[in-house]
Design a protein around this ligand. Sequence first.
Ligand code: NAP
Length: 311
Amino acid sequence: MAEVIYPRMAVIGCGLIGSSVIRAARASGTVGEVAVADANPEHRTQIAELGYADLITGHIGEAVEGADLVVLAVPVLAMGPAAEAAAARLKPGATVTDVGSVKGSVAEALAKALPDSAFVVPGHPIAGTEQSGPAAGFAELFEKRWVILTPQARTDDPYLEAVQRLADFWSRAGANVDRMDAAHHDLVLAVTSHLPHLIAYNIVGTAADMEEVTQAEVMKYSAGGFRDFTRIAASDPTMWRDIFLANKDAVLEILGRFTEDLQALSRAIRWGEGDKLFELFSRTRDIRRGIVAAGQESAEPNFGRDRGKSS
Ligand code: NAP
């Protein structure tokens, strides 16, 4: 029998990620009982039908009672209030983590809301799809994906052991676990995930607003690239609104650099500077080939593929 790491786990917010955490934990045998709190009554019914949870409630305090691990899987701006609602009824020595796509502001909110008796270990699984809700989850979501933990600056043994237990929990779900400073996480994700989503939202909006080109033409003649943008731009509006507001500084920093580079490109096009365009396109092709050669990616493009899209 697989060794149980957490006899009781509470998941707060049981949508795509929360329900995948439960499925993966059940499949790997890392948890005993599972309690769920979700604000959405329809989702609570779906979770009951899926049969993965021992307790399903709309009250966060009720769900966290007696839990050894609490996983907050609500939208980023709801993390702080959810932690506040959990605080009074947490078991001393419980580990509290989250799966939010932004770490700096969430880590700060959790540290403020939760008592010293809890081990707070913020986290982010770089895995997901553009679907939402409990029915969209699946146990293999985290396999061979990165989970980044951004532990607090504590060095006492009980805390370090709690961090290691959580790392083991994710490893048993098939994930590769990394540890990182929260601010660095937010900058990295601003480049690799947040800016690409902003570009997708913007380009689909621009195409939709064009009067000279009809919506039917956009869909009819869109090649793979634009289709991928439309899929990414269909990602959950609440989740992405929260990500941009919560990671404002890093996104604006990266957006500033991106805009400067775009200006340089537009200048090269305007003045017919083909050499500059060719040089950039060759450089970016080499970067892509280098990634493929290093074995980090298949040669097949997977930007926005249904399963395993990161955010
Ligand atoms: P989701 O499918 O929409 O699930 C969130 C669930 O939490 C919904 O059932 C939602 O109910 C509920 N909820 C919202 N606020 C709540 C509150 N205050 N108390 C209790 N329940 C609440 O979202 P998700 O895609 O799983 O995302 C959850 C978190 O994971 C986000 O922080 C996101 O940044 C992070 N994340 C997402 C992905 C991804 O690709 N989706 C990847 C990595 C990390 P309603 O439906 O009524 O809102």
